[in-house]
Every structure is written in structure tokens, then in C-alpha cells.
Design a protein around this ligand. Structure first.
Ligand code: NAD
Length: 486
């Protein structure tokens, strides 16, 4: 392990104490040793077939098996979990539901993922475990020469973020975070509006994950049951109990980072973070689990966290997290430009000019105009593959759109949509927000994981599919769906 990186945390904590006295915590640290070549724009050779091994076949992992099994030229070849029953569920979905062959290899046990990563029958390691395992499994996959696709948040600490950057560079293997919320039709409409300049100069963004997860966090996990409200070993409850700040920032943040081309012309500069007191988790535990160890659980995480970020080009971002109180809906988003505004949950839009009628002061576009503008500026990927994505589904089709994109990029031999620098900078909010919260909400600086390359990396293009590379015909997906018997 690189000494500079290993010392990063202790150095910056010590440095933080000095700078904090002056009012700001410096978390940039030193440059790490340059272990390989930069991964911006890295493209692999085109894959004729993409062979995927899934690690973690819990609630989300089963969805992954289902969605991936419906992708053209993409095969789930390996499954791995702590529990034999979960692996069996995965195979059941492959055989009975998707009518695909069983996984060629299965791996069971706490460190069985290592053998999956080492197996030369797999190209992509798809990681859907509890958070603390994301980075260790991804590191092992990269070291084994495999592509790592990692559920959110892909890394929980600054140390893990640097380790993934270095490993991706050293082993020349892509490492992408699976932020499905960047692929919703409405979020991609926003991106298309931004890329075409309709919203003008982007000045501000807001995003939040507001989803009452008390039942999930305290629920029990039975490996024999396919869908249930309960995480294995209460992993999410335990993590939230041990940490303040925003430990699940990327759903709301991802679409904003894309709209601002973070790491491609702009970068995250510093944040401040503030939490309300912890309340509802402990109250819920006392009411439902009195007399058991869960009943006395002490929770560090404040029920409502608000984190404010400033970018190097002077844009502002607000990210919220609340998984503790009763509420309706589960996310909210907003992108504010000099010429208009887009909002998600509920979807609303207003901008000036560009063929749009003027509305009354204080009003967004009415339903009819929204529909017209949505069709006019729809993201090319949704124009091409929206019908297929809606048929297969998953969070309104965005899960399948994301899967179509990564397998398409691999089959076309072009860079994946997001790189390891996106992963690191987005996920660093977890640790940095906690540091700010526990230091009187003082500003904390972001490390520059690109080591200055954000200044020269070009903005990401408006993505499209080449239909010669991947079959986007909705009939193919409709037939698959009809053929499913469970
Ligand atoms: N993007 C999204 O919309 C979305 C939605 C839900 C969950 N997630 C993410 O998916 C991940 C999994 O969440 P979940 O709801 O499926 O949790 P879960 O508790 O239902 O599943 C976790 C699985 O990991 C397995 N596991 C634990 N240790 C393991 C090990 N050492 N090796 C192999 N397997 C191991 C468990 O047995 C379990 O089957 C989390 O990171 C979560 O944040 C993302």
C-alpha cells in the first residue's frame, strides 16, 4: 500500500486540527504516489460477450440477476453470497424466470468473493453487498484484472476512495459506481437540457434521499425468503448508528454532478454539513424492540442531514439525507441555471426562450408544455432505448437503462459513462460530511482525486447508443417478459 495514502487520514486529521483552529478543515492531503496511468477516457477492447459475476444476492442482488439476465450478449456466469440459499435464489431467477442457464460457478462464504474475482471465466465483478464490503471486493476484483461495477456508495471512507483510484490506475481496469439515479428519464432530460445549453449557466443543484427506512433497518433477514424488509445482519442500521453525516449521498447528488461536469471542467471544492439530533431511530427501537439489544441501540446519525457543497467554479449544491421520519416520495432534485430550472419528484420545468411559451409569473410549464418540451429535449438514450427500459423496468426503467449503458459501452469498446474519479469524489461526501458535522459544521476541503486533471478533461458528451452494437428493439424485451413464468 502506498505510504502517502496510508498516512493520508492520520496526516489530514492532524492537519485538520491545526487548520480547524483557523476555521477550516483541510482534507485534501498530499498527492498519492502515481501508481499507473490516468483512467479518464479509458476504453477496453470491445467485448463480444460480457460475463458477469455477482457478489451479494440479497434484495438488490436478486434485482441485478433479473435485469442483467435480460441484456443482450451478457451472461450471469457466477453468483456469490454468504448463504447458499441466496445463491440458489439467484439461480432460480436465472432458470425459471429469465430462462437462462444456471450460473457456471457459485461461491459461498465470507471470503468466497476472492475465488470469484480470480476465476478467469468472469469479466465483470458486480458488487451488491453491504456498504463496508464494496471497496474490499472492488479492490480484489481490480487486482485480479476484472472490471468492478459497484453499488452505491461504492466507498465509505477517503482512504477507500484513494485505494480504488490507485488500483484502477495501477491495474488499468475500470471501476464504476452503479448510480442508477443518473439514468432516469427525467434526470436524463435535465442532462440533455443542460448539455444543449437550454438552462443556461448551471449555478446550483439540490438533491436528497428522503426515504423512511426504519422498517428495513430494524427488520430481520431470512436467507430463505426472497423479498423481505430487512438487511442482512442489520448492516445498514449498524452503520447509521455508528456514523453521523450523510452516508448515502449519491442518489440525489449524482444527477447534479453530471449536470455540472464535475471532474470534467469543474471540481468539488469544500463542504459544510449539519445534522438534526438523532431521534426517530431510537424512539422506534424503544417502541418495537424493548428488552432486546436493538431496543437500547444508540444512534449517532441525526435524523435529517443537510450538506452544502461549493465547486471550484463557484457553483453551490445542497444534498439531504433523511431515512428516519415518515414521509412520502423518496427523492427530490433541482437544477438551477441562469435561464431556467428543472425539478424532479415531482417533475417540473421552466426556462426562457428556446421555443417555450412564457408562463405566468411564479408558474412552471403547464402539463401540456411540459409534455412537449419533454419530447423535444428527451435524452437520445431514452429516445432510443426508453421503450425497452420501460418494459424491463426497475425504478421506472432507470435500472435497466443503466445496465444497457454499461454493457453497451463494454461491447462497443468505448469508456464507461463514469470513472473511478467520479466514484471517489462523489463517495467522499460520506466521510467529509461526518467530519464537518462532528467539528461544528466547519468547512472541509475535498481531496482532488484527479490530481489536477479535472482542468483538462473534456465535458462528457451527450451519450447515444449505436443500434448496430446492441439490440434496442422493444419487441425482444417484450417477448422475454412474456416468456417469464414467475
Ligand atoms: N441503487 C439502488 O437503487 C439500490 C437499492 C437498494 C440497495 N442498494 C445497494 O445494494 C447493496 C445491497 O443492499 P440490499 O438491500 O440488497 O442488502 P441485503 O442485506 O438484502 O443483501 C446483502 C447481501 O450480501 C450478502 N453478503 C454479506 N456478506 C457477504 C460476503 N462477505 N460475501 C458475499 N455476500 C455477502 C448477504 O448475505 C446478503 O444476501 C447496498 O450497497 C445498497 O446500498 C442500491
Amino acid at each position: 500500500m502506498n505510504v502517502n495514502r496510508r498516512n493520508f487520514l492520520s496526516n489530514t486529521l492532524a492537519l485538520g486540527a491545526t487548520v480547524a483552529a483557523a476555521g477550516c478543515i483541510n482534507a485534501r492531503g498530499k498527492l498519492t504516489g502515481f501508481a499507473g496511468a490516468p483512467m479518464q477516457g479509458f476504453a477496453d477492447k470491445p467485448f463480444e460477450k460480457v460475463r458477469v459475476g455477482i457478489v451479494g444476492v440479497g434484495y438488490r442482488g436478486v434485482h441485478a440477476v433479473d435485469g442483467i439476465s435480460q441484456l443482450p450478449n451478457t451472461e450471469v456466469v457466477a453468483l456469490c453470497d454468504l448463504h447458499q440459499e441466496r445463491v440458489d435464489h439467484g439461480n432460480d431467477v436465472l432458470v425459471r424466470k429469465a430462462r437462462r442457464p444456471k450460473a457456471k460457478r457459485t461461491f459461498v462464504g465470507p471470503e468466497a468473493y476472492k475465488a470469484l474475482c480470480e476465476w478467469d471465466g468472469v469479466d465483470v465483478v458486480y458488487i451488491v453487498t453491504p456498504w463496508q464490503l464494496h471497496a474490499p471486493v472492488a479492490l480484489y476484483a481490480l487486482k485480479s484484472g476484472k472490471i468492478a461495477l459497484v453499488e452505491v456508495p461504492a466507498a465509505m471512507t477517503i482512504d477507500e476512495c484513494w485505494a480504488l483510484v490507485e488500483a484502477s490506475e495501477k491495474y488499468r481496469r475500470p471501476c464504476m459506481q452503479l448510480e442508477n439515479c443518473c439514468y432516469g428519464e427525467s434526470q436524463m432530460l435535465a442532462l440533455s437540457l443542460v448539455k444543449q445549453g437550454i438552462l443556461g449557466e448551471i449555478l446550483h443543484g439540490e438533491g436528497g434521499y428522503n426515504h423512511d427506512l426504519r422498517e428495513w433497518c430494524y427488520g430481520s433477514f431470512d436467507p430463505k425468503i426472497r423479498f423481505q424488509h430487512g438487511y442482512w445482519n442489520h448492516w445498514r442500521l449498524r452503520y447509521n448508528a455508528a456514523h453521523d453525516g450523510n452516508q448515502y449521498p449519491t442518489h440525489g447528488f449524482g444527477p447534479i454532478a453530471q449536470a455540472m461536469d464535475i471532474n470534467r471542467g469543474d471540481r468539488l471544492d469544500y463542504l459544510v454539513s449539519l445534522s438534526s439530533k438523532p431521534y426517530n431511530y431510537e424512539k422506534y427501537a424503544k417502541e418495537k424492540f424493548a428488552g432486546t439489544p436493538l431496543g437500547d441501540l444508540k444512534v449517532k446519525m441525526g435524523d435529517v442531514n443537510t450538506t452544502l457543497i461549493r465547486t471550484a467554479l463557484g457553483r453551490s449544491i445542497q444534498v439531504k439525507h433523511n431515512v428516519a421520519t415518515p414521509q412520502r416520495g423518496y427523492r427530490y432534485e433541482q437544477i438551477v441555471g441562469s435561464n431556467g430550472i428543472w425539478c424532479g419528484f415531482p417533475d417540473k420545468l421552466y426556462f426562457q426562450g428556446h421555443g417555450a411559451p412564457e408562463t405566468k409569473h411564479e408558474e412552471f410549464f403547464d402539463e401540456k408544455t411540459y409534455r412537449e418540451m419533454r419530447l423535444k429535449y428527451m435524452h437520445p438514450c431514452w429516445k432510443q432505448a426508453g421503450a425497452a427500459s420501460n418494459i424491463v423496468g426497475g425504478h421506472g426503467g432507470m435500472d435497466f437503462m443503466m445496465s444497457l449503458r454499461w454493457t453497451y459501452c463494454l461491447q462497443a469498446g468505448i469508456p464507461l459513462d463514469f470513472d473511478v474519479y467520479d466514484l471517489a469524489s462523489w463517495c467522499s461526501i460520506c466521510e467529509l460530511s461526518e467530519r464537518s458535522c462532528t467539528n461544528g459544521s466547519r468547512p472541509v476541503e475535498f481531496p482532488d482525486f484527479t490530481r489536477g486533471a479535472w482542468k483538462t478533461t473534456p465535458p462528457s458528451p451527450l451519450w447515444t447508443f449505436d443500434p448496430k452494437v446492441i439490440d434496442l428493439n422493444p419487441e425482444r424485451y417484450r417477448k422475454n417478459k412474456e416468456a417469464m413464468n414467475i
